[in-house]
Design a protein around this ligand. Structure first.
Ligand SMILES: Nc1ncnc2c1ncn2[C@@H]1O[C@H](COP(=O)(O)OP(=O)(O)O)[C@@H](O)[C@H]1O
Ligand SMILES: [Mg+2]
Length: 256
């Protein structure tokens, strides 16, 4: 098993066809993430998109995933259900530059709609068929009968098999700090088994994977960042280094 490099990675970059965009004043083209977006080169192992709420991380990840052939709501490449049709048409303006190697495993994980994926798995497993149940590849226990965190974790631990392309939107949602560290360990295992990840996250723990590229989204567009330079890391650090002073300031601002 080999760690992917620039020659063997599954997706090399994503390119925005700016010439075709009718107007940057309307959604999704008015999103901060697209302002200076021309082409983003992915890291062969892990690429993070991070930034404040509303910057366009989910819209971008969804666009990349759809352009790759995933269902907008997530799952494997074979899932094609739709609980609501609300995805943007950003994917039509993105061009993915793929590598020569093809991933053998694929998963698009969205914390926001994982519930729908779980329901879809139950419905598919109710239909009589010859093969094993889909839920067995997730560890066998109904995802609805586990806590949010447990069901997310089952997907990462049981379902992801290596040699995979994994697009994850806020996978830390519902995971305890300890589980987030376990998830880092799992990411490392899967990277060592030839996997590539594209992850949006708010968790300074989860964005600490060393063989990675961090792309920070701000009102001014996108730029590369180190972990220590990210807002998420510095705000969290400031808070716990000076908890009493931070609380004092926070409560004063609310009173004024
Ligand atoms: N269908 C839509 N029409 C108009 N605006 C939308 C639509 N979907 C999302 N938005 C807006 O786009 C912004 C970015 O959303 P999102 O990609 O989810 O951001 P993030 O994941 O970075 O928090 C949000 O402010 C949201 O209100
Ligand atoms: Mg989001």
């Amino acid at each position: 098993m080999v760690v992917l490099d620039q020659d063997s990675q599954y997706v090399k970059s994503v390119y925005l066809k700016r010439d075709l965009i009718p107007s940057f004043h309307h959604f999704p083209f008015n999103l901060p993430v697209l302002q200076n977006f021309h082409e983003v080169m992915f890291h062969p192992n892990v690429t993070y998109f991070i930034g404040e709420n509303g910057m366009g991380k989910s819209t971008l990840l969804e666009g990349i995933a759809i352009a790759f052939g995933f269902n907008p709501e997530g799952g494997t490449l074979n899932f094609n259900f739709s609980s609501f049709d609300s995805h943007s048409d950003l994917d039509e303006y993105l061009r993915l530059v793929k590598g020569v190697n093809r991933a053998k495993d694929h998963f698009f994980f969205r914390a926001e709609t994982f519930y729908n994926v779980a329901t879809n798995i139950e419905n598919l497993d109710k239909e009589p068929g010859p093969g094993p149940r889909i839920i067995d590849s997730f560890g066998g226990k109904s995802l609805h009968e586990q806590s949010h965190g447990e069901s997310f974790f089952a997907a990462f631990i049981e379902r992801f098999q290596g040699n995979g392309l994994y697009i994850l939107d806020e996978p830390e949602a519902a995971l305890s700090p300890l589980r987030q560290m376990s998830m880092l360990a799992r990411i490392n295992e899967l990277v060592n088994q030839g996997s590539q990840f594209i992850i949006s996250t708010h968790s300074p723990i989860l964005m600490a994977y060393p063989n990675a590229k961090i792309i920070q989204l701000t009102e001014n567009g996108i730029s590369e960042s180190t972990l220590e330079e990210t807002q998420h890391y510095s705000i969290m650090k400031q808070f716990f280094d000076n908890k009493d002073r931070m609380l004092h300031h926070l409560f004063q601002e609310i009173k004024e």
